[in-house]
Design a protein around this ligand. Structure first.
Ligand code: AMP
Length: 130
């Protein structure tokens, strides 16, 4: 079944961003999990022992875009994937952190919405003081 995505009015999604290329399988990734709405793979530059990125399959620039424009079934499918991956990676008992950077102050580098999953070791303070 094909998913019908809403047309966005105010924001333009860059089809050449690196995660769009991963979704089109133009560049490789170390895939961990996939469902109809989400793809998860290892971060190339891990910031903790386990560092996974989960991205929606739809074209959403950031959390702001996703939370406003994604369909309920996309949000549901995506969030379910995040939880399932953390569970499959045995992170529920030991603990983990999820994070999404939106925009400049958060230092978002890739303009396709993604959630980071960090775990596998104690993660330290929530926000760097440096
Ligand atoms: P953010 O700063 O939240 O936009 O995070 C972007 C993340 O994407 C960083 O942690 C990068 O290490 C990661 N990243 C960039 N290119 C790739 C890639 N080709 N495969 C996997 N992770 C990537």
């Amino acid at each position: 079944e094909k998913i019908k995505y809403k047309k966005k009015k105010n924001m333009t999604y860059d089809d050449d961003n690196i995660f769009a290329k991963i979704l089109r399988e133009e560049i490789p990734c170390k895939k961990i999990y996939e469902n109809k709405y989400a793809l998860a793979f290892h971060d190339v530059n891990p910031q903790s022992k386990i560092h996974i990125l989960v991205i929606p399959k739809g074209k959403y620039i950031s959390f702001a875009d996703f939370s406003e424009n994604a369909l309920p079934k996309e949000i549901n499918g995506f969030m379910k994937a995040v939880g399932k991956i953390a569970k499959n990676q045995n992170l529920v008992e030991s603990g983990y952190r999820i994070l999404a950077n939106h925009g400049q102050n958060a230092g978002q580098e890739v303009a396709h919405f993604h959630i980071h999953i960090f775990g596998g070791e104690p993660l330290g303070p929530m926000i760097s003081k440096t």
